[in-house]
Ligand binder design. Structure first.
Ligand SMILES: [Zn+2]
Length: 258
């Protein structure tokens, strides 16, 4: 992709003043501080002589290695101890702000059986990620000590992930998670059906017996047609998770090859 120089809202007065004193020379920096950019005040003598204030337009943390994206660039103290600390601090601050936002909107906790299913899904994902890393490591020659250490650490992490996952699966089978979740779904279905029944048999509506029958038929038909859409949102991934409980014993055996 071709590089495109960024543009700012320039003050034409300032540009004219600069051009009159330094014809053909580009004015350094940018007119205002900007998030994501170094934004340090430029100490350029030519600018000072004309009474113009400009700011560094390098990316924030440019060339510092430790706080790229945050704080001053390497030309404006980003690599001095103070610049480093301040850049790293604003990086951590931003990251913890993001975590705080996530923590303040936690997902509601579903019934424990359902949480176990979700957890199993996450553990499986993690094991898959680790497996990919192990396969990746196998695909190129590892010869130096650091590389071997790294490969061993990855294999260990993968094995641990599999062990925990297999423990959880055994636990799920033991406590009958599948049956429990189906029971929870049934309870909810029954509660909904009871609600609809109370509605259509309410004397206030004054429906005749044949109308009530018709309403029940329609309800049953629609409920069947909607299928999983009637389920609460925690049940969305359920099909997948429940089938995992049965299939994954094979997978755990496969893992011994590694
Ligand atoms: Zn700078």
């Amino acid at each position: 992709m071709a590089y495109r120089a960024p543009t700012w809202d320039e003050d034409p007065e300032i540009l004219r003043l600069w051009e009159s004193e330094h014809p053909g020379k580009k004015i350094p920096g940018m007119p205002a501080q900007k998030e994501g950019l170094c934004s340090a005040k430029l100490r350029d003598k030519d600018l000072k002589d004309l009474g113009i204030t400009r700011y560094c337009s390098k990316s924030a943390g440019f060339g510092t290695g430790t706080h790229v994206g945050y704080g001053s660039c390497k030309f404006h103290g980003g690599k001095t101890p103070a610049g480093k600390t301040s850049g790293e601090r604003s990086m951590i601050k931003q990251e913890s702000r993001e975590v705080a936002v996530r923590l303040s909107n936690p997902d509601p906790i579903a019934p424990p059986e359902v949480e176990v299913l979700r957890l199993a899904g996450e553990m499986k994902e993690w094991a898959t990620v680790m497996r990919e890393r192990v396969v990746e490591l196998r695909s190129f020659e590892v010869t130096d000590a650091a590389g071997i250490e790294h490969a061993r650490a990855s294999v260990e992490l993968y094995e641990r992930a599999l062990d925990r996952y297999s423990e959880l699966i055994q636990f799920m089978i033991k406590i009958g998670v599948r049956e429990r979740v189906v029971a929870i779904q049934e309870q909810q279905g029954q509660a909904l059906a009871a609600l609809v029944l109370a509605l259509i048999t309410s004397p206030k509506l004054g429906l005749s017996l044949s109308q009530i029958d018709m309403a029940r038929d329609i309800f049953a038909e629609r409920a069947r047609a909607m299928g999983t859409r009637l389920s609460p949102d925690w049940a969305e991934s359920l099909e997948y998770s429940i089938s995992d409980v049965n299939q994954d014993e094979d997978e755990v055996i496969d893992a011994e090859i590694v």
